[in-house]
Design a protein around this ligand. Structure first.
Ligand SMILES: Nc1ncnc2c1ncn2[C@@H]1O[C@H](COP(=O)(O)OP(=O)(O)OP(=O)(O)O)[C@@H](O)[C@H]1O
Length: 695
């Protein structure tokens, strides 16, 4: 144990070092600000670059340096939110947490010290060093860390919560660090129970990838989350790690051009999310293209042009073979038929030539070309043949040259009657027409489940809206178990390289169209180019609450292992029986007695409005409000100090209600209470019942 004098001396020394780091940071900021103002209005690229650099330097203010490694070879490395170098000699002052040399900060243990003699955690507030926490590591005695060992346990337990997710860069655990730094180029699936840090790990992995693969900054990275509230919850993490260039969105937000006006019943949403919808949409588009049974005729400039079914069939084959989307392939189809029509018209024109006096003479050979004899006859009749074409005196001549035919083709393509005939065979389509044809909504409004269908149709049609075409170099999908097969197709279209990080928990699926197997969800898109990584330790939910979920989990997921909690709450969950009539009073009473931290009341949708009204809460929720009322689906991915679950039997009554109830129970970091009107569901019966309400 160091004496308090030694500790004070160390604190002073570390303060000096940290002060020097901030001085260096200030110099870099001043430099970036100067470059930015020099570039202002003159050089847009330079401006964007220096703006981003300034934002990066600003965002690392809190906790700039949070660790130190003393290595066995005598070197000492400081670890922090970004890399800093000495101005003059390029000496490294601070190592970016993502650099390979910083990895032992997260992975070194007693059993596998990775050359580390001492790991020091440096706690700061503002620019002041508050505390140091040292771990002395023995020389390496094994190749691998003991399973489940916690790194920097004191700091981990001290990590505070504010309602919005914070970065965990100072306390990232070994199993999490391995996922963050995984170099796999395909689809990495991070499966883990509630509170295992899947979201946090995915965000840190994104920061790591942006650091190690700078080209991703230009190709763009996207995070897809389940709700806007969730995106708000995680919105601070990447900026806090110095990364600002990340696009976030829900499936609906990926198509801001489509307005949602209604919600589908679960069974309709399930149908719309099914994989066979892709075939149905493709078939609906194909069915709009037709080959006529009889020849079609169209009048053009007092001439009748005829197209046979076989002409149309060949044009259709040609357009289909082009592999282009419907609306672009339509142009191939049209061009082919117009070529045929122009050729036929030319032949007709050349088979009859009129003299100046209006007399018709036979001016054409059987193949529509002019022989020398024809030319002589035409010249005698006063027809002037383009002299430029007389070079080929020996062969047959055409009356109309290529330019004439090209003009004829253009005239055909813009002729109203011709266009109507062509559109009748291969019409231009919009995604809205196609989807409405499959699922007509009398009010003409779209639901969330329609979005992947509209997006699919847009891809098949080749619609060119910016929102439908944008792609990214890496995509993170959070709460990925909720994505329907059609939503997966939509996400995959935005990631042509299939470089993805997917996080989720199959035991938390609530969407009936969602995933029950990662392989089934991913194989159609990436075959076996995906890998599973697992997280096993729950950093959020206390052991007492996890124990209370035991019966529910075992009943519905006998094949899965629940995560192990690292913390104990010190109090067990409780339940309280009531009646539906009493429910608002009981809830108001519990909410009124809640004094510390944030409380989430998680209820089936049926009671939502009533509870918000009786608690006088706004209908829209800010996640930082002290009391919020949410459905289990809205609570996905969030966490609260206390959770009050209302009417668990009603939650369980929906098709995947057991998963919803599991999600609801695992949102609490401290306290869980359940209010059940009527008998308690069997899965919760072992939770201790509170003494009934007096009166
Ligand atoms: N290494 C860590 N150090 C400190 N806090 C951590 C660590 N890992 C996770 N946490 C915290 O645990 C909580 C749960 O993390 P997160 O939301 O990422 O888990 P999750 O697996 O996505 O949860 P769920 O599936 O239940 O939504 C968060 O508050 C997060 O900051």
């Amino acid at each position: 144990m160091p004496t308090s004098d030694e500790t004070d001396r160390e604190l002073v020394l570390e303060q000096e070092y940290v002060t020097a780091l901030y001085a260096r940071l200030d110099t870099l900021r001043a430099h970036a600000a100067t470059r930015l103002s020099a570039a202002r209005d003159a050089d847009r690229d330079a401006m964007a670059l220096w703006q981003a650099e300034l934002a990066r330097l600003e965002s690392v203010e809190d906790g700039l340096c949070f660790g130190r490694l003393d290595l066995r070879d005598g070197r000492r490395v400081y670890v922090g939110r970004l890399g800093l170098f000495h101005d003059e000699d390029d000496e490294q002052l601070l190592l970016d947490w993502r650099a390979p040399a910083a990895q032992p900060f997260y992975t070194a243990t007693m059993a596998a010290a990775h050359g580390v003699r001492r790991r020091r955690r440096i706690t700061t507030r503002g620019r002041v060093v508050l505390a140091l926490d040292d771990e002395l590591l023995a020389p390496d005695t094994a190749d691998t860390a003991e399973e489940g060992a916690l790194v920097g346990e004191a700091a981990l337990m001290a990590a505070d919560r504010t309602g919005r997710m914070r970065d965990i860069v100072t306390t990232l655990q070994t199993e999490q660090d391995h996922i963050v730094r995984d170099g796999y180029a395909g689809v990495l699936v991070v499966q883990g129970g509630p509170g295992t840090g899947k979201t946090a790990v995915a965000l840190h992995r994104l920061a790591y990838l942006l650091y190690t693969r700078p080209h991703l900054r230009t190709r763009g990275v996207l995070i897809v989350g389940p709700s806007e509230v969730f995106l708000d919850h995680i919105g601070q993490v990447l900026p806090g790690l110095g990364e600002h260039a990340v696009v976030t969105g829900t499936i609906a937000l990926l198509r801001p051009d489509i307005r949602i006006g209604r919600t589908d019943p679960a069974e309709i949403a399930e149908v719309k999310g099914g994989a066979d919808m892709a075939d149905r949409i493709a078939a609906a588009v194909r069915s709009r293209v037709r080959v006529p049974d009889e020849p079609v005729e169209v009048e053009f400039e007092q001439q009748t042009v005829r197209l046979d079914p076989s002409d149309c069939r060949r044009a259709l084959d040609m357009a289909t073979r082009s592999g282009l989307p419907h609306n672009q392939a339509r142009l191939v189809f049209q061009r082919r038929l117009v070529e045929l029509m122009a050729q036929r018209l030319t032949d007709q024109l050349e088979s009859v030539v009129f003299t100046d006096s209006g007399d018709a003479i036979d001016g054409g050979s059987a193949d529509g070309r002019l022989s020398p004899a024809d030319l002589r006859a035409l010249a005698a009749a006063g027809v002037v043949i383009d002299p430029g074409r007389e070079d080929d005196r020996d062969g047959p001549r055409r009356l109309l040259d290529e330019d004439d035919v090209a003009r004829l083709r253009s005239a055909l393509l813009t002729d109203g009657a011709v266009c109507r005939m062509l559109d009748g065979l291969w019409p231009p389509l919009t995604a809205r027409q196609v989807v409405t044809g499959l699922f007509a909504d009398p009010a003409g409004q779209w639901s969330t489940a329609d979005i992947p269908l509209l997006d699919e149709a847009a891809a098949i049609l080749g619609e060119t809206s910016a929102a439908a075409r944008v792609t990214f170099g890496h995509v993170v999908v959070d709460e990925a178990q909720e994505l329907s097969a059609m939503a997966w197709r939509m996400v995959m279209r935005r990631c042509p390289t299939r470089s993805m990080t997917i996080v989720g928990d199959l035991a938390q699926t609530s969407d009936p169209a969602g995933a029950s197997s990662w392989d089934r969800a991913l194989r159609p898109h990436v075959r076996d180019r995906w890998r599973l990584a697992q997280l096993t330790i729950n950093y959020r939910t206390p052991a007492e609450i996890m124990a209370a979920t035991g019966d529910l989990f075992a009943a519905h997921h006998p094949g899965l292992r629940p995560p192990r909690s690292v913390r104990a709450a010190g109090e067990s969950p409780r339940r309280r029986r009531t009646t539906l009539a009493e429910l608002p009073h009981v809830v108001a009473d519990i909410a009124g007695g809640h004094t510390s931290g944030r409380l989430a009341i998680i209820t089936p949708p049926a009671h939502l409005a009533m509870l918000r009204r009786s608690l006088r809460l706004a209908m829209t929720t800010a996640i930082t409000d002290p009391v919020v009322v949410l459905t289990p689906v809205q609570a996905k991915g969030l966490e609260f100090d206390s959770v009050l679950i209302i009417d668990p039997a009603a939650i369980l009554a929906t098709p995947l209600g057991h998963n919803d109830l599991y999600v609801a129970m695992t949102r609490a970091t401290r306290r869980l209470e359940i209010v059940h009107p009527g008998p308690v569901p069997a899965e919760l019966s072992r939770i201790q019942e509170r003494t009934p309400f007096p009166g």
